[in-house]
Design a protein around this ligand. Sequence first.
Ligand code: PMP
Length: 437
Amino acid sequence: MKTESEVWFERAKRRIPGGVNSPVRAYKAVGGVPPFIASGSGSHVRDVDGREYIDYVGSWGPLLLGHAHPAVVEAVARAARDGTSFGAPTTREVELAELISEMVRSVEVVRLVSSGTEACMAAIRLARGFTGRPKIIKFSGCYHGHADSFLIEAGSGAATFGVPSSPGVTEGVARDTLNARYNGLASVDALLAANRGQVAAIIVEPVAGNMGCVPPASGFLEGLRERCTAEGALLVFDEVMTGFRVAPGGAQERYRIRPDLTTLGKIVGGGMPLAAYGGREEIMRKVAPDGPVYQAGTLSGNPVAVAAGLATLSVLRADPALYARLEQKAARLETGTRLALADVGLVAHPQRIGAMHCLYFTEKPVTDWDTAALADRALFAAYFHAMLDEGIYLAPSQFEAGFLSAAHTDEDIDRTLGAMERCLRRALAARGKDGAP
Ligand code: PMP
């Protein structure tokens, strides 16, 4: 007998590429059929077969307050009753802009958009428009959405010229995107030296969450700040994932660095399609209609999305102790994970900053894409499926961050840890390695 998820996945694949509206959801990295989710409440989700899971995906980051938080649901319902879209100014947009600017201190002026991709794409266009320079430096293993400029990998041996990593991205675009090594200031220096006066911006995830969870090495972010200032390039912090997560004011608050521009997404929209870019007033005044750099959107600042974002940020601002509670729970999970690894005799690396984490199946700590890529993906896939069987819903790839929410309880974490040891043993046995009790 097929499960409901299996039936729906077959139906989905006939009409939707891969059966999904965003690639990782298709479980290609781990195999199998993704559960179709019917509902979520707090830290749990339920699939169409009625199976319940403890959720460590949290919609890939937005749900810091958990699923269906009453304040968010109420705000969304109220906003929808008032009309779902006007394409005209509304008062809550102003309140949200003010709140963002109050919480994320470098954001003096902010523009709301609808996705993290859009925010990063607009920030880079603005950096180019402001500086009059064509090139950007990004880091291998960082993700800034699917705009052409970001879908570039460094060609081997050609440090200064990128090659497109997706068909449809032209070589012309690729040439303007330079790839450096995360945590590798020397690689940044080499690119800057080879492209003097041409680099508009360095864009970075201040904690890299799209190759798992890689914290910035001591001095890395400071080094980027110094180099940008010296070169007249803009420092863009992509805080789509870290914003409001690793601290109320994002990674820039946690690491005390002031970027020129910041992109926000995920939590800022409280689970609705909303994102933002903002920063120094002098730069943001170049955005249309104040300035010549064009950027627009029919649904930008959508009232329902704004209501969800405003409700979420208001809860965070009213309850700053929430971050200390999150840290405690995340530390409990990390400590338990280390114990479970020791018990089964597996050398692996749980890496974590606040309520964002990754368990890497590698022998060496991960500091950049090269070290991340050493992870045993097959072992991860076996572990992932064992956990899913036990009702623990993890992101379906070794290179995705896991997220805790304020709704996770100690009981959730202890249940997760109980399953973890069994699942590590099952995964090791399946891979023909040790780990049998
Ligand atoms: N930047 C970062 C750091 C992200 O994690 C993501 C999405 N995971 C994006 C940009 C793109 O955001 P979106 O998926 O909303 O387009």
